[in-house]
Design a protein around this ligand. Structure first.
Ligand code: OFO
Length: 189
C-alpha cells in the first residue's frame, strides 16, 4: 500500500513548490528591506536628520507590512510561509545622500524580484498568485518614484550650507506621498 502523506502534501495547495520557495524568498527580501530601512532611520536619527529618520522609520513599517501580506497569502493558500532570518544589515553610512542612493538601488532590486516572480507565476499559469502580485507591481513603481525624488533633492537644493537641512525637511514631506499615475490615479496601498 502506498504512503498517502506525500500526495496529501501536494494536493493541499495549488501553489507549486517552486512558487512557494520564490514567495518565501520574497518574504525574506521584504524583511531585509524593513531591517535596512530601520538601520538607516537609526543612523539618520543619530546624525540629527530628524525628518529623514521619520520617513525611514515609517518605511520600515511599510516593508514589514509587505512581508506579512505575502506571509498571509502563502499560508491562506495552503503553503508554508517561513519566518525569515535577516543578517548582514548595513549600519553605517557616509552621508545622507548615501542613505537615499542606497535606498533607491535597493528598491530597483526589489522591483526586479517582484517582476521575476510575477513573470514566473504567469508562465506557470498560477494566475491567482500573479493577480495577488499586481499590488506589489504598483507599489514598487510608486516606491521607486518616491525614492528617486528623494535622491533628486540633493542635486536640486545642493548640500552646502543650510542645504542639507532643507533637504531633510523636504524628505519629511515625502512621508505618505501619493504618486499620481500617468492615467491620473494614485497607486495607493
Ligand atoms: Fe516592499 O516595497 Fe520597497 O522594498
Amino acid at each position: 500500500m502506498k504512503n498517502n502523506t506525500a500526495s496529501f502534501v501536494t494536493l493541499k495547495t495549488s501553489v507549486a513548490q517552486e512558487t512557494q520557495e520564490m514567495l518565501n524568498k520574497q518574504i525574506e527580501l521584504e524583511a531585509r528591506s524593513s531591517a535596512a530601512y530601520l538601520a538607516a532611520a537609526s543612523w539618520c536619527d543619530k546624525e540629527g536628520y530628524e525628518n529623514s529618520a521619520k520617513y525611514l522609520y515609517d518605511h520600515a513599517n511599510e516593508e514589514r507590512m509587505h512581508m506579512l501580506k505575502i506571509f498571509h497569502y502563502l499560508n491562506e493558500a495552503g503553503g508554508h510561509a517561513l519566518a525569515p532570518e535577516v543578517t548582514d544589515i548595513k549600519y553605517h553610512y557616509d552621508s545622507l545622500r548615501h542613505v537615499f542612493e542606497q535606498a533607491l538601488e535597493h528598491e530597483i532590486k526589489v522591483t526586479h524580484a517582484i517582476n521575476n516572480l510575477a513573470d514566473y507565476c504567469f508562465r506557470n499559469k498560477d494566475f491567482a498568485t500573479f493577480h495577488f502580485l499586481q499590488w506589489f507591481v504598483n507599489e514598487q513603481r510608486e516606491e521607486e518614484v518616491i525614492s528617486r525624488r528623494a535622491v533628486e533633492l540633493f542635486d536640486i537644493i545642493g548640500e552646502e550650507g543650510q542645504g542639507i537641512w532643507m533637504i531633510d525637511a523636504e524628505i519629511g514631506k515625502l512621508i505618505n506621498a501619493e504618486v499620481a499615475t500617468a492615467s491620473g490615479g494614485a497607486a495607493g496601498q
